[in-house]
Design a protein around this ligand. Structure first.
Ligand SMILES: [Fe+2]
Ligand SMILES: [Fe+2]
Length: 225
């Protein structure tokens, strides 16, 4: 594998796809439709859970590894993670709760507040993730050889429980190009034992025949045998 940390950037891509989508959803949210508002809140909760898992892998593996060679880099990223909880996620959760409880004319202001917080989520993530992609990862790729980078990528994946890993992989796959799907599956093939890898690919194959045929064309090892 040319770039072991590619898998890490696939997760970043999915986070940014979702935050941009949430901003669009919040802009057009029908504030008078309780089901639509509830579904928006639930989608944010599911997303927040995935972001926390991702941040945990960074805090448990990536940041300590970088600290071995470069001091006072990782701390600034951890600072962002801790700032997101009260100032981004709690603020958005609070706005959604306020909208769900608002009556009549109060609903217009409440919906505007949800939109504002969704814009804030998108912008905070854009900046944090751009810095991880463009500043942090190049440091890792300069300081550590490819074997060490593969160890870091594998150890980060090892922090994720199998049911959550399946959720994350399905989430990434849904929004990916064929080339990125191929890159992700090749990474999973490298880090997972045969049985869990088989379960994972079974789950992905069930998502759509055409997409899976394309994966089998790109990755001959998926054709069984
Ligand atoms: Fe981060
Ligand atoms: Fe990240």
């Amino acid at each position: 594998m040319a770039r072991p940390m590619q898998m890490y950037t696939y997760i970043h891509d999915a986070i940014l796809r979702d935050t941009a989508h949430f901003e669009d959803l919040a802009k057009d949210l029908n504030r008078d439709d309780a089901d639509e508002v509830a579904a928006f809140g639930a989608a944010i909760d599911g997303f927040h859970e995935k972001v926390k898992v991702h941040e945990h892998t960074e805090e448990a593996v990536l940041f300590p590894k970088l600290n071995e060679r470069i001091s006072f880099v990782s701390e600034t990223y951890l600072f962002d993670h801790e700032d997101f909880e009260p100032n981004v996620f709690d603020a958005l959760d609070g706005a959604v709760t306020a909208l769900r409880n608002a009556d009549g004319s109060a609903r217009k202001d409440a919906a505007l507040r949800v939109y504002r917080e969704a814009v804030s989520l998108n912008e905070h993530m854009r900046l944090h993730i751009s810095k991880e992609n463009e500043l942090l990862i190049p440091h890792l790729e300069t300081e550590f050889d490819v074997g060490e980078q593969a160890e870091v990528a594998g150890a980060m994946a090892g922090q994720v429980e199998p049911p959550m890993m399946a959720q994350l992989v399905g989430w990434l796959y849904d929004g990916q190009t064929a080339a990125d799907r191929e890159g992700m599956i090749r990474f999973l093939m490298m880090i997972l034992p045969e049985e869990p890898f088989g379960k994972m690919t079974g789950m992905l194959a069930a998502k759509g025949e055409d997409a899976w045929t394309e994966m089998q064309r790109r990755i001959p090892e998926l054709n069984g045998g």
